[in-house]
Design a binder for this molecule. Structure first.
Ligand SMILES: [Zn+2]
Length: 90
């Protein structure tokens, strides 16, 4: 027997993951709400960037990467962070 260290549920050895936790985490299929929020933030970021407010734009992009990892917007945001950081350091 082993005990899940997240929820305390006890399992037979033949199971290698916790069904209870898996169930709790399951209702997060491709999270369209997160994608939408991330894209909304990304738009804010590019608007700020367009106005030359690079530090604020960077902040937005970093927020996306932190809050919505794995989304398309986060991937775009990390690219934007790289190019912005180059621009800011020049
Ligand atoms: Zn568990």
């Amino acid at each position: 027997m082993w005990t899940c260290n997240k929820c305390g549920e006890r399992h037979e050895d033949e199971f290698d993951s916790c069904w209870k936790c898996a169930q709790n985490e399951a209702p997060l299929p491709p999270d369209t709400a997160a994608e939408e929020q991330a894209f909304a933030l990304y738009e804010d970021g590019s608007r700020l960037e367009g106005r030359g407010e690079f530090p604020s734009a960077l902040g937005k992009y970093q927020e996306i990467v932190q809050r919505f990892p794995g989304t398309e917007a986060a991937r775009d945001a990390s690219k934007s962070i790289e190019s912005l950081q180059k621009r800011v350091s020049q």
